[in-house]
Design a protein around this ligand. Sequence first.
Ligand code: GCU
Length: 606
Amino acid sequence: MLRTIFIKILFLVPLFGFSQDLLINTTNRNTTTLNGTWHYIVDPYETGYYNYRYEAFDQLEKEDWSAFYINYHAKDKMERVEYDFDKSPTLTVPGDWNSQQEKLFYYEGTVWYKKSFDYQLVNDNNRLFVYFGAINYKAEVYLNGTKLGTHEGGFTPFNFEVTSIVKPKDNYLVVKVDNKRFKEAIPTINTDWWNYGGITRDVKLIEEPSTFIQDYNIQLKKGGKNTITGSVRLNNADVDEKVTISIPELKINKIFSANKEGNIQFEFISKKIKYWSPSSPKLYDVFLKTKYQTLKDEIGFRTIVTNGPNILLNGKSIFLRGICIHEENAMRGGRAYNEADALVALNWAKELGCNYVRLAHYPHNEHIVKLADKMGIMVWEEIPVYWTVDFTNEVTLKNAKNQLTEAVSRDKNRASIIIWSMANETPISEPRNTFLKELIVHTKSMDTTRLISAALEKHNIDGVNIVDDEIGQYMDIVAFNQYTGWYGGSLENAPDAKWSIKYNKPVVISEFGGGALQGLHGTIKERWTEEYQEYLYQQNLKMIEKIPNIRGTSPWILNDFRSPKRVLPVIQDGWNRKGLISNHGIKKKAFFTVKEFYIKMAQKYK
Ligand code: GCU
């Protein structure tokens, strides 16, 4: 018994993604993709992880490993082994398993993945990392039988160093993916989207020099239109390391000495900066150089602040002409994961007349965020603190903070991201307010330059729509979802609706809308017809335009998306039909209602 307890302590793996510091800007690093065909084994009873006494194999000594343990390899053919990856079927990575295998469509549980690869370090002194864009929901990662660690959270990246484990030949990377929902998770057990499981984003090996550029932050100084400020952090720095920062187009090229921790801070003054904006999404080539490597990024410089009811981008008041987007390629009916998927979504948003998108309800993949930088589309990025999260649970709070840390770490150099969202439609309570305040403080400890918001709660007293959610006092933007004409409320009277909003801050309607089956036609009174949805949008937009301090909206939602909650035969059949575009990519009549409204708002905020 003592031995087992001791072993447990020895192998105790931290609960959350304590993968080492996140490697950012991985597309511009020295990478080898592990995307492609992976073998998989479906393991609903987690036989490959727990013995019959429900003890986790990877916390036991090797001699206690048995024929089921996924990292157990028979010493000789006579030994009993009850699995074989190489004879098992395959899945494509990245990609959810639900949309790849009919038998896994509704599956929630464990799937084991295995990828074999050879790898020869370019230089023996170099270091090697394995990087995952995201795994939904919980991952246990092993390389050549050694446990690298655990990560929890389905929408943010993580990496592990594997320098001392990787071999030139026959490496085998094994990942246990478990997408079971549970009360204490983020998101919690109840969501209105499909619980796509799997290695849902890119997987890559990243080779770095022994001393490498771990992290950096480069942007306009808050309140300083001509000051570029930033920091760089080296990993494994020697004394007096030099870092050169250059932005050739601004004739900036300066060498800095790192302190003993390998950090530098800097500021540059330039009166020639062309600011990033939707109409002119200027990105500068930025080079970070050490004697070991040169890392390039493309960074836009802009300011985003609020002043009373106004949102000021580069000092100019703007209106957020938005749309909500789930990370799903509706035509494929699965998780979106590459640049092509991102292009489909953002081109539709552009066609709609958007200058802004709300990436609901979780951080999307890095392709869409980088594309938004290039296309000049501002972004609301959100962590899935959605509905009835376990607000009294410290572990849940730690998980939410970790997801924020990973999202902010990955995207802090993206000009397109203007809003970090803490939550969506969370029921008001003291524990919920405390939880959200913790998230706000945590976010601001990492980034003071972007706006903070969340989809807050509203209520109605004597026919007056009231927004006085206490947490609103800590938000830069007061955002809320309202579904007049769909979940109650009169469409006919909508344009005359009364609103009372407690805060003199910018107001953004973070969701409104209603469902329609594309191609179903009838009168404006007939729910589920395109005409009903069109009329709903006409009436809501007339109302929204009159709401005090209104500075933006992001209708729910760009296109129909899968949800297990939407089961009305013929009409829904497992799809949430609030899209302005169907899951076949066909625009509904309401699409053009919004498009017309955004032309008007673009003129008004010229
Ligand atoms: C909510 C929620 C969405 C959901 C939508 C709906 O506001 O934020 O995630 O899909 O309403 O009911 O369709």
